[in-house]
Design a binder for this molecule. Structure first.
Ligand SMILES: Nc1ncnc2c1ncn2[C@@H]1O[C@H](COP(=O)(O)OP(=O)(O)OP(=O)(O)O)[C@@H](O)[C@H]1O
Ligand SMILES: [Mg+2]
Length: 345
């Protein structure tokens, strides 16, 4: 191997990432069904979609880990099928499952990758320490990765994909399982990278993550693009604010839905969060609705209008709520560190 990323400069006029009618079939099943997109150099594309919609499969094709059934893609101007070696030199990947070597320390993991890229020893040492510092892992640098929490591992994973300073970075659910603070720290690091010119493609189920980071978003479902635009455009599309009612007692949710029947044409009931959501049009009678609940003896935690979020967009597009983020859910750090199934490219 030669230098880490000569590829970047080879074709600066082309978009950093382009996918053209990518298709992936597993037997009779079509996991990715003709996806096309373009990511201009230095921008961030958020790939949103529910579980099983084809996000990881798309990333695997783009990063040369899995050949497309049909269609093409280019990374830094290089064709993923005809120039896979050049593609790999130009990109970094943080896969969905943790990929660090458990028996090595954090510092050893990063140095190993630098060595594999053939970087000069001195540069590798400096780069490893710089990344450990950037990801708040300096104190843990001499400990084996096995002893890390899920959040620490996720940070080490991301650091590992940055050792060679690739101009194009693919991140498959980079912050899944992280607590809100670690997530914010990671976002800051990613923003820095983008400011320095890195192009990012990230998949996420956390819509606020896309909102925070992405210049453009594409929403996929069943392997197809069902919407695309800037986060703002997508929110505008979903219309005005929505009415959100949170019922106090789980047993009252069905009764609350009954109260709304006939008063509101269309609404969505989520038993788990005790929440009923409705489009805001025709909700001029908010006071009347609140009174009807009181009359029915249904206690509410909250009733009010909420400005649209990407969640609302997602719901209206896919008929499903996105996965709750760590802010809404007691998710243990351990969730992030699942099996080491995918090898780094
Ligand atoms: N190697 C495989 N063989 C057969 N089916 C597969 C294979 N890999 C993925 N699939 C199927 O393809 C579909 C898309 O999977 P993929 O992992 O791309 O989804 P995803 O959007 O990344 O989901 P998640 O949010 O759960 O990570 C799923 O139905 C999955 O079961
Ligand atoms: Mg996935």
């Amino acid at each position: 191997m030669t230098t880490p990323h000569p590829a970047a400069r080879a074709n600066t006029s082309a978009p950093a990432i382009e996918a053209e009618k990518l298709v992936k079939k597993f037997g009779d099943f079509t996991a990715v069904d003709g996806i096309s997109f373009t990511v201009p150099t230095g921008s961030v594309l958020g790939l949103l979609g529910p579980n099983g919609s084809g996000k990881t499969t798309t990333i695997r094709m783009m990063t040369t880990l899995s050949p497309p059934t049909s269609g093409t893609a280019r990374v830094a101007g290089y064709d993923i099928q005809r120039q896979p070696a050049e593609v790999r030199k130009a990109m970094g990947l943080t896969a969905q499952a943790a990929t660090v070597d458990e028996l090595l320390t954090g510092r050893e993991n990063l140095r190993l990758i630098g060595d594999l890229y053939g970087l000069p020893k001195k540069q590798v040492k400096a780069r490893a320490d710089e990344l450990l510092e950037k990801f708040s892992l300096t104190d843990a640098a001499a400990k084996v990765a096995k002893s890390y929490s899920g959040g620490m591992r996720r940070r080490l994973d991301l650091a590992a994909s940055l050792v060679a300073a690739p101009p194009v970075l693919f991140l498959d659910e980079p912050t899944t399982g992280l607590d809100p603070r670690s997530r914010n720290e990671l976002w800051d690091v990613l923003r820095d990278l983008v400011r320095e010119g890195t192009t990012l493609l990230l998949t996420t189920q956390y819509l606020d993550e896309a909102d925070q980071l992405a210049d453009n978003v594409i929403v996929i479902d069943h392997g197809k693009v069902i919407a695309e635009g800037t986060p703002l455009q997508l929110k505008d599309r979903s219309g005005a604010a929505s009415l959100v009612i949170t019922v106090s007692r789980p047993d009252d949710v069905d009764a609350a839905a009954q109260v709304l029947e006939g008063r509101i044409e269309e609404f969505h009931v989520d038993h788990d969060s005790r929440r009923i959501t409705a489009p805001s049009e025709g909700v001029s009678a908010l006071a009347g609705i609140a009174a009807a609940f009181t009359e029915a003896g249904i206690e509410l935690d909250d009733i009010g209008l909420q400005r649209p979020s990407l969640d609302d967009v997602f719901l209206s597009l896919t008929g499903r709520r996105a996965e709750p983020g760590p802010d809404d859910q007691d998710q243990s750090d351990a969730d992030a560190a699942t099996s080491t199934e995918e090898a780094r490219a």
